[in-house]
Design a protein around this ligand. Structure first.
Ligand SMILES: Cc1cc2nc3c(=O)[nH]c(=O)nc-3n(C[C@H](O)[C@H](O)[C@H](O)COP(=O)(O)O)c2cc1C
Length: 402
């Protein structure tokens, strides 16, 4: 698609994959964008400035202090701050770490701190570097702050090893950029009625206390936003979720598991797809006790009764509607348990995430999921933003809608 010509800064860092940034630059230019290349000093060992300058039509900015007072007053990092997007491809472990820490010891890093536009990082490195806790933490911190991650792919690495660490293909990075700039997202859910549950329920113990869980609602809100962007008519039933949603999403706020069940039962008849991300309390306190206020010196035994299994009830009465469940499992064979739950609850799809991992899932902006389908192989989505996970889930939904 020919674009309206956004100003994009392409940051290139010192990875062997920097040669692929030439292809990305070519694709961005062909898509009509005005691309300014900023290279770290290390990037110059892997790719030539001349090629980047010729292909972009602009001089390459590389040296923070090497400026000609006539041509440039030395504020390149500020000049770049009116850009529409910063994409760093490839992004080294070093640059990612410095971005996370706010270190600005080269032009690219200084420009990064001075920019207010969306930032995309496309890491590339050896798989042991990618799996190192320091790198995981740094990527997590950036994603948490809203940086968009185009995760590295699995495959043969330049060092001769095999694993996750290859720079994503330039065409994949381009698609993600066009998504962000609102240029490419196919409206493949136009008119489809998508019901999403999000957040965590609260079960009162007394008038002031309650039992709840750590779900922030971010995954459900991401599914709702992604479906809305793809043209779906979205209803979001949000349990104790403080996150905002787009005005076009029909939002129903609830507190308890019973309220969530009632709201979902009401909306279920009018939906084509239910995506059940809400974390529903399995137990509630028996009604007689959940009133008044327990005194602090009072010895109290709580009688817990089981809440209804909402997704199972809806999955068993789906009448052709697609029901997608979420299984947050802890410890060994989580995938096996998630797959069994999918069968027992009559679901069309189950999204598994491993909650024993501290860096993904609850209260974070990123997730790593495996999408399970009854008659297909497991589909693994390596750690990325929850919005990207939502699109991956919806890709599977659209491919199964008749
Ligand atoms: C041949 C070679 C290949 C390298 N490839 C990578 C890589 O793919 N990813 C990475 O994070 N670092 C890689 N490095 C290390 C970085 O170049 C080094 O950490 C450098 O300080 C990065 O600087 P920058 O982030 O400012 O560009 C490589 C180094 C060499 C010598």
């Amino acid at each position: 698609m020919e674009s309206s010509g956004n100003k994009i800064v392409l940051g290139v860092t010192g990875s062997i994959a920097a040669t692929k940034s030439v292809e990305l630059l070519r694709l961005l230019r062909r898509a009509g964008h005005d691309v300014h290349v900023v290279m770290t000093p290390a990037a110059g060992h892997f790719v030539g400035e001349a090629a980047m300058a010729a292909l972009s039509g602009h001089p390459v900015a590389a040296e923070q202090f090497d400026f000609d007072a006539d041509a440039s007053p030395g504020f390149t990092h500020i000049d770049l701050s009116d850009s529409d997007l910063l994409v760093i491809a490839p992004a080294t472990a070093n640059t990612i770490g410095k971005m996370a820490a706010g270190i600005a010891d080269n032009l690219l890093l200084t420009a990064y701190l001075a920019m207010e536009c969306p930032v995309v990082i496309c890491p590339a490195m050896n798989q042991r570097m990618w799996n190192h806790p320091a790198v995981s933490d740094n990527v997590g911190r950036l994603v948490e702050r809203g940086t968009i991650l185009v995760p590295p792919e699995r495959g043969g690495l330049a060092c001769g090893e095999e694993g996750i660490g290859r720079l994503a293909e330039p065409r994949v990075i381009l698609e993600r950029i066009q998504d962000l700039l609102g240029e490419s997202r196919e409206r493949d859910l136009e008119g489809v009625r998508v019901l999403v549950s999000a957040g965590g329920t609260r079960e009162p113990i007394d008038a002031v206390r309650f039992i709840t869980n750590r779900s922030s609602g971010r995954m459900g809100v991401s599914v709702a936003e992604a479906a809305h962007a793809r043209g779906a008519l979205v209803t979001l039933v949000a349990a104790n979720c403080s996150l905002p949603v787009s005005p076009g999403v029909n939002r129903v706020d609830v507190t308890t598991a019973d309220e969530l069940r009632q709201a979902l039962e009401t909306a279920f008849d009018d939906c084509d797809v239910l995506v059940m991300t809400a974390a529903v309390s399995d137990y509630k306190v028996s009604v007689e006790e959940a009133t008044g206020k327990i005194r602090s010196n009072e010895r109290k035994y709580l009688h817990l009764v089981q809440s209804a299994d909402i997704v199972s009830a809806l999955g068993s009465n789906s009448n052709g509607r697609m029901v997608v469940g979420f299984a947050a499992e802890y410890g060994e064979d989580g995938i096996g348990r998630a797959r069994r739950k999918m069968r027992e609850k009559n679901l069309d799809m189950m999204v598994f995430n491993d909650i024993s991992r501290k860096d993904i899932g609850f209260e974070t902006g990123s997730n790593e999921i495996t999408i399970l389908l009854p008659d297909d192989d497991d589909y693994f989505v390596s750690r990325t933003s929850k919005l990207e996970c939502a699109h991956e889930i919806l890709d599977k939904v659209t491919s199964r809608l008749t």
